[in-house]
Design a protein around this ligand. Sequence first.
Ligand code: ADP
Ligand code: MG
Length: 274
Amino acid sequence: MIDVINLKKDFNHVQVLKDINVTVNKGDIMVVLGPSGSGKSTFLRCLNCMEDPTGGSIIFNGVDIADMKVDINIHRRHMGMVFQHFNLFNNKTVIQNIMMAPVHVKCQELSQTKRRNFVTKVKNVFSSQKKELLPITTTKAQIRDEAKVQALDLLKRIGLEDKADVYPSTLSGGQKQRVAIVRSLAMNPDVILFDEPTSALDPEMVGEVLDLMKALAKEGMTMIIVTHEMGFAKEVANRILFMDEGRILEDSTPKEFFENPKTPRAKEFLSKVL
Ligand code: ADP
Ligand code: MG
């Protein structure tokens, strides 16, 4: 699904990612481990086009999204991202947060279709060969109604349908993060990237977020997760990437990684965190 080839990222002439090569398969639950500053967040941000790579390619669904000429917004729609600090819009209600992206994208598509049809109609007036108009089967009101039904379903799934009309500031950290996760689901992504989704939570709220992530993993969602939750990594991941100083030092199964790490850096890391 994602082929990362010789990915490099510099900040001010400092190489933060050095030749990252990895292939993510559909259904992979890939946990990215590594010391602070090893480049984990930068790696995820490059995958999601939030940073422009200095070199290399990221082939996502057959298209190189590291190429500046491609429309990254189209690819981002298929890639969800969940952040440490939730990144909900505090001036929107919970349900508005979930509906916003799908409504925006679908209304944009509708406007484009209407614009194209308008141009076709004008051309048809002057041409003997009449072109057919694109079918329009929806309205903005319908788009919003459908998004609302979907958002309520997603809230029901996490037991928060009664919170639809409240603002995020009234939610607990665990609730905010679960809303952020279902918000990313509303776009029906092919893959979701998680950057330390439980690091900002009080300990008693970590479990509810990890449980939701486990449920997604069971459903076959492809996920790339930066986390320090070693229990989760062992139990849920099918692959562990270990990063250090901008390189992938290990790409192995959890069993291999935790029982028999190959590199001294991984051994040292594990001796500190386990
Ligand atoms: P991790 O997530 O593994 O802790 P990061 O990807 O956040 O690591 O950071 C890797 C390195 O890149 C760090 O040395 C960090 O200071 C540097 N870095 C990250 N983002 C920027 C930026 N926007 N500008 C300059 N340096 C950055
Ligand atoms: Mg980070």
